[in-house]
Ligand binder design. Structure first.
Ligand SMILES: Nc1ncnc2c1ncn2[C@@H]1O[C@H](COP(=O)(O)OP(=O)(O)OP(=O)(O)O)[C@@H](O)[C@H]1O
Ligand SMILES: [Mg+2]
Length: 235
């Protein structure tokens, strides 16, 4: 598999504050990475750094072999980075259908295919974004990222605050997205046991530093480390 994303010794933060220290990892095209860590450890900051929304201090970041650091934030989506932020980001006064069609770009994920993945959205295609439940809004945010046909999809806690039944639904869908290999995925979650079975690789952050980088399967089996880094009950 071709390497899609590579970070070497990345330091980044906000203003003068450094949050991320010496981050290195890489991800292949179509690959999957669980990005784990407790509250405030730097997960969102890492995704924001990929999107160009933090202050980059030093290190190297490349995407498809080209230097990402010099690409302005507003151009990164065009390169193929798709971001589903922690706070659901949909257009409240457009219908579900409009939310999808206004952002869709050519690629294997058409609006039709997105509806096949999310039948609940198709049933509500004429509802306004702000008439959807929290779970449906999260589905719409995901579907919108899919029809952008990114090469790398960044999902920031897509399961947060959702009812258990919807969580199961979304986990199944995310598993299918990973298996399709159509795009690489970085998935941020607090609940390791829910996403480690879905992803090939995992990265754990502690106070802005990488404390684990390797196979998800290996981490999943290591209850001692999971307890230490992610809290009792992480497995
Ligand atoms: N816009 C900002 N300006 C200054 N500091 C920030 C900003 N956003 C986050 N931070 C700080 O950076 C650190 C890492 O925060 P970040 O949001 O990356 O954590 P996280 O791992 O995503 O946590 P959570 O699981 O709660 O979402 C925290 O100390 C936080 O206070
Ligand atoms: Mg966060």
């Amino acid at each position: 598999m071709a390497e899609l994303l590579n970070l070497e010794g990345v330091w980044a933060g906000y203003g003068d504050a450094v949050v991320l220290e010496d981050i290195s990892f890489s991800l292949d095209a179509g690959g999957s990475l669980a990005l784990l860590g407790r509250n405030g450890m730097g997960k969102t900051t890492l995704l924001s750094t990929l999107m160009g929304a933090t202050r980059f201090k030093s290190g190297r970041m490349s995407f498809e072999g080209r230097d990402l650091v010099v690409v302005p934030a507003h151009r990164r989506a065009h390169l193929g980075l798709g971001w589903v932020p922690q706070e659901r980001d949909i257009f409240p006064s457009l219908t579900v259908d409009e939310n999808l069609t206004v952002v869709a770009r050519p690629g294997s994920w058409t609006v039709k295919r997105a509806y096949e993945m999310f039948p609940r959205l198709e049933e509500r295609r004429d509802n306004m974004g702000n008439q959807l439940s929290g779970g449906e809004q999260q589905m719409l945010a995901l579907a919108r990222a899919l029809v952008l046909n990114p090469k790398l999809l960044l999902l920031d806690e897509p399961l947060e605050g959702l009812a258990p039944l919807i969580v199961q639904d979304l986990l199944r869908i995310i598993g299918r997205m990973v298996d399709s290999g159509d795009m690489a995925i970085i998935l941020v979650e607090q609940h390791a046991h829910q996403i480690l079975p879905l992803t090939r690789h995992a990265l754990v952050l502690e106070r802005g530093r990488v404390v684990y980088s390797g196979e998800s399967e290996t981490l999943r089996a290591d209850h001692g480390q999971l307890d230490k880094w992610l809290g009792v009950g992480a497995h």
